[in-house]
Each structure stands twice: as structure tokens, then as C-alpha cells.
Design a protein around this ligand. Structure first.
Ligand code: FEO
Length: 392
């Protein structure tokens, strides 16, 4: 892909990674991704904003073939999918300096062994004139690492946000025109890596609010020509109302837990509560993360394996604990054959979740009539709690 003009003196560069299916060897990428770099040329200085994943370095360098001079490379975020090609860029432009936050400098030295004398660190709010174009650097920590910042291009009113507001979509559409698709991908992205830091991100959103932003150019996915679309979505995911929904990640080995889950879902629906099921034997963990952004309740369904929860359930509990959803209520349902400490083990895996634990329903083998009554009671409690919280 050749460089693509966004505005006078501003070009998209980077790479479309159509085939990548996993990020961090963990996060599913059903739609691939892009690594967006941007070239901004003033009358005196030229700046490259971020680079690309190391595997795509040659594509960026091809785009830079006709660019004779780069004075600065801005590294908004030290993670290698944006910084990985910087050493090669610095090898071509031997006078270029890397601009980043003081914290990012240390991380970039560790990760990429960039020499100390190639850096120029910037404080929050500092500006840099390129001649006819002025960059303003705004520290926005924890989107999603501690060293992150964004750059606001004054006059042109473009915000270069790196991971902030990004979405994993491989595509040739430079702008977010298919809003439904971009909304889902951005929400998934927020759930997977931003949600644990939402309190700090809320402050970063407030910090950006006074800026007159005409365009947000992230480093993954399409550019937002209507910034309010994604900024309002972030505000909603962070502080918007929770949904009258129970997310149920579950595993069943011999159908007992599945019978319980199915009965419980029907009981919830009868009481006006929605449910989203995720069979952990086959689910896309990103979809589960997305559902956790605004569900009011989580009910984990698990059989007992070797006296504890099924390993897939333990994995999902570990991830949920890491991404810290806003859910207010949690319970556990499931079946065992001969015993175990499933509830205690699972409870110990989710200390970060600030939830009220509703009485679990654990039973031996296939559910009996009295077990179904216990599930009805749990559904009653969930419906009542949701009503009290104003969700129903
Ligand atoms: Fe897209 Fe945190 O890197």
C-alpha cells in the first residue's frame, strides 16, 4: 500500500495485516489489524508518528523510499507493534530523534536497545513547531501502558492517538464509514486491553475534551472523521449504564452443567433479564470480553475437575480478573460427581472483581427438581438486584 493523503502535508503510512489472527499470543483478531504510521511534513521539519510491527518493517521502509528527510520519530507507545520498526527508521535517518515521554524512553531502551542520544523526551503539553504545523504532546498514561501519550496537530485539528480509540480491522477503508463494524471492533479492543485502566482513561478523555478535534487517527483500524462517535462510545463503556444482562461463561463435560445453564437462562428470560452464553470449549474470548464491558451480572458455569473448576473456566476467570469488568453481581453454578472445592477455588481467582456474590448453586450429577428450584431462586435474586439497580 502506498502512502495515502489525509490532509495537506499529512499522510497515512503503515501496513495492513490481513492474516494476523492472534495478538500477544492471546487476543483473537478475527478481522486482522493495521499498524498505522503517519507522516507529517512542515515547512522546516518532517515527523513520522509511530512505526509498524517488526514483521512489516519492509512495507514502511518502501513507503519511505522517496522521503529524504525525517527529523523526528514520535513514539506514542513503546509496544513493539508500533515501535518495532523504529530502529530501522533511525538507521536510515541518522539525525532523527525519537520523541516520547520520559517513561517511554526507558521502556524503548529496554525493548529495542535504542541509544540514549537518539531520544528527545517531552513533557505533558509541550509543543514542537515543524514550520506551519505545530504538534502538541499530551500525556495520556495507561492507554494501555504507563508511558503512553497522544499528539494533537494544531490548526489541522488532528489527534494522533495510537492505541487509544483503536480497533483491530484490516481494511482499505481509510475512514470509519461502516460504523457498526468499527463500533464492535473498537469495543472488543477496549474490553481486551483498556478496560482495566478505565478510571485513568476517563481522566484522559476529560483531558482531551477541551481540544477542537476534527479527526482522530489511531494506530490500529480506520480514522475517525467524526471523533464524537468513538469518544462518546468510550465514555459510555466507562461510565454508561450497565445492561440488564447476565453473562454466562460455562463448560459442560457430561451435560449436567449445560442443563443447568439452559434452565437458568430460561428462568432469567421469564423474569425479564437477558443472558449471553459463552461455551468456553469453543468461544472467542474477545467476544466474551466485549460482553463483559457492560453486563451487570456474571454467572460462571463449571463442572468440577480434579476437585476444582474446569481449566477452561479457570482461564476465563483469570482473564476476567485481569480485565476487571464493571459487573456488580456474580454467582457460580455447576455440577460435580464426587466432591471438590470449586466455589472456593474460583472465588480465590477473582479478587479484582468488586461484586456481590450471589449464593452459588452446586449439585451432584444431573439436576433434580430441587436443584431447578435453587436455580429459580438465583434467577429471582438476579432479577431483584437488577431492578434495585434500576436496570430492569
Ligand atoms: Fe497496539 Fe499496545 O499496542
Amino acid at each position: 500500500m502506498n502512502p495515502r493523503k489525509i490532509k495537506e502535508g499529512i499522510h497515512w503510512m503503515g501496513a495492513i495485516d490481513w492474516d494476523r489472527r492472534l495478538f500477544d499470543s492471546l487476543i483473537p483478531l478475527p478481522d486482522g489489524t493495521t499498524y498505522n504510521a503517519y507522516l507529517v511534513e512542515g515547512s522546516e521539519k518532517t515527523v513520522l508518528l509511530d512505526s509498524v510491527d517488526p514483521v512489516m518493517t519492509s512495507r514502511l521502509m518502501t513507503q519511505l523510499e522517496d522521503v529524504s528527510r525525517i527529523d523526528y520519530v514520535i513514539s506514542h507507545h513503546a509496544e513493539q507493534d508500533h515501535s518495532g520498526a523504529i530502529p530501522v527508521v533511525l538507521g536510515k535517518y541518522t539525525n532523527a530523534k525519537v520523541i516520547c515521554t520520559p517513561k517511554a524512553k526507558g521502556i524503548l531502551v529496554d525493548l529495542l536497545h535504542i541509544p540514549d542520544d537518539r531520544f528527545m523526551t517531552v513533557e505533558d503539553g509541550e509543543t514542537l513547531s515543524l514550520g506551519g504545523k505545530t504538534l502538541r504532546f499530551i500525556h495520556t498514561p495507561w492507554v494501555h501502558w504507563p508511558e503512553t501519550m497522544v499528539t494533537y496537530l494544531e490548526k489541522d485539528k488532528v489527534l494522533f492517538s495510537c492505541d487509544f480509540f483503536g480497533s483491530h480491522i484490516a481494511g482499505t477503508d481509510l475512514y470509519a464509514t461502516d460504523k457498526a463494524r468499527v463500533y464492535e471492533a473498537a469495543k472488543r479492543y477496549f474490553a481486551e486491553i483498556m478496560m482495566p485502566f478505565r478510571n485513568v482513561i476517563e481522566k484522559n478523555l476529560a483531558k482531551l475534551k477541551p481540544l477542537d478535534i476534527e479527526m482522530i487517527a489511531p494506530s490500529h483500524g480506520p480514522i475517525y472523521a467524526e471523533p464524537a462517535f468513538i469518544m462518546d462510545a468510550y465514555a459510555d463503556w466507562i461510565t454508561g449504564p450497565l445492561k440488564n444482562t447476565v453473562v454466562i461463561p460455562y463448560v459442560s463435560m457430561h451435560e449436567s452443567t449445560r442443563q443447568m445453564v439452559c434452565y437458568f437462562v430460561a428462568a432469567l428470560v421469564e423474569r425479564g433479564v437477558n443472558a449471553e452464553l459463552f461455551d468456553l470449549a469453543a468461544t472467542d474470548i474477545g467476544k466474551l470480553a466485549m460482553a463483559l464491558v457492560d453486563a451487570a451480572t456474571i454467572v460462571i458455569g463449571t463442572p468440577t475437575v480434579l476437585a476444582g473448576p474446569h481449566p477452561n473456566v479457570a482461564y476465563a476467570a483469570f482473564l476476567a480478573n485481569a480485565i476487571r469488568p464493571r459487573a456488580k453481581f456474580l454467582s457460580i453454578i455447576g455440577s460435580y460427581s464426587w466432591g471438590g472445592k470449586t466455589v472456593d477455588a474460583l472465588a480465590g481467582m477473582i479478587p479484582n472483581l468488586k461484586v456481590e456474590v450471589l449464593t452459588p448453586v452446586l449439585l451432584k450429577g444431573l439436576p433434580l427438581q430441587e436443584d431447578l428450584k435453587a436455580l429459580d431462586k438465583l434467577a429471582d435474586t438476579v432479577a431483584a438486584r437488577h431492578k434495585e439497580a434500576g436496570l430492569a
